[in-house]
Design a binder for this molecule. Structure first.
Ligand SMILES: NC(=O)c1ccc[n+]([C@@H]2O[C@H](COP(=O)([O-])OP(=O)(O)OC[C@H]3O[C@@H](n4cnc5c(N)ncnc54)[C@H](OP(=O)(O)O)[C@@H]3O)[C@@H](O)[C@H]2O)c1
Length: 319
């Protein structure tokens, strides 16, 4: 594993980090995700990304992670970067959603209890809240850091202008924004229109989520929709209607370039993100150890020729 500095902070993150959004909930197979976590750590993945609502059921990914942390990783807490978030709906009523101080701080306490730990390394505002003053949301993150319940603050899915403002507010409160977590892949490139520049200017790290477009940027759907796929899973966030002919046709063409690089499409999709030095770490999801192993091999070839890049660009911009 190679580690990259997260923005202008003291923290180094592995080039590949593991997220527990899918496949780690109460509906999933304990021994499967336990093995994924072992394999990940053994391969140098030191960063595990959670959120209050990951499951299903919401909260169960944190509970499961807490159990494995206690059983298998109890002596390794100081070797791990654990993150969690609040911002999407977690409990009924007006205090379990969005960006209020009430929600964020109560949710962080719940997350710590579920994972049975004293602090998380990174606490995120999971999404911008158009109604709550930014000062209030950032104030909650800063308080979490000042209280020692989180070591660092992060934001997710904030647009470029709001990211600049959020970083300034946090700084005035004595806290540096460590990291931004945006959706970013060959199929989703909004971050290239300003956000990456802001992150570089402000010294904030970048950890793209859904780098494989939830599986669309792998060879999984090239020959139809398999039964054991996120799109077929009723609990999966990827819907069958998201597996469009247009996306699959692009994936097939991209797969040909990947093959000519002796890479799987998953590996090329991750490498394509890591070619940008502003990207600190790529936050993948996996449903099995072989998928994880496949993705880890990405690190053997991160270089692209200009010809490969322009061929990829033509495919992505095509219809
Ligand atoms: N901040 C936010 O708002 C936000 C939102 C979403 C996600 N996230 C974070 O980002 C993490 C990753 O998101 P994601 O799970 O959508 O990422 P992803 O890496 O784009 O998709 C992961 C899925 O792709 C398939 N896959 C992975 N490797 C494969 C391979 N080598 N070959 C074939 N298929 C492969 C698997 O699907 P199958 O199950 O079909 O096998 C896997 O579950 C999450 O766990 C979470 O931590 C954050």
């Amino acid at each position: 594993m190679t580690y990259r500095r997260c923005g202008k902070s003291g923290i180094m993150l592995p080039e590949i980090s593991l997220g527990l959004w899918h496949n780690f909930g109460s509906v999933d197979v304990f021994e499967n995700f336990r093995k994924i976590l072992w394999r990940a750590f053994d391969a140098g993945i030191t960063h595990f990304d959670l959120a209050n609502n990951y499951g299903p059921t919401p909260g169960s990914a944190e509970e499961n992670f807490g159990i494995i942390l206690k059983k298998d990783f109890s002596s390794l807490r100081d070797e791990l970067i654990i993150s969690t978030k609040a911002g999407w709906e977690m409990w009924p009523g007006p205090y379990g959603n969005f960006g209020s101080r009430k929600y964020l701080l109560a949710s962080l306490d719940q997350s710590l209890k579920r994972m049975n730990i004293d602090y998380v390394d990174i606490f995120y505002s999971h999404r911008p809240d158009p109604e709550t003053p930014l000062e209030e949301t950032m104030g909650a993150l800063a308080q979490a850091v000042h209280q020692g319940k989180a070591l660092y603050a992060g934001i997710s899915s904030y647009p470029a202008d709001l990211t600049k403002k959020a970083a300034k507010i946090l700084k005035e409160m004595g806290v540096n924004c460590l990291i931004h977590q945006p959706k970013y892949s060959m199929f989703e490139r909004w971050v290239e229109d300003g956000l990456l520049d802001v992150l570089e200017e402000t010294g904030i790290g970048c950890i793209p989520f859904s780098p494989l477009a939830q599986g669309l940027l792998t060879d999984k759907y090239l020959k139809g929709i398999p039964k054991d796929s996120r799109a077929s899973n009723p609990n999966g966030f990827l819907k069958i209607e998201d597996v469009t002919e247009q996306r699959i046709s692009k994936a097939r063409k991209l797969n040909e370039i990947a093959q000519s690089r002796n890479q799987s499409l998953a590996q090329m999709s991750i490498a394509w993100l890591l070619k940008d030095k502003r990207v600190t770490s790529v936050l993948i999801g996996v449903s099995s150890v072989p998928q994880l192993d496949d993705n880890l091999k990405t690190l053997e070839n991160l270089k692209f020729s200009s010809d490969e890049l322009s061929r990829i660009e033509i495919i992505l911009k095509g219809n």
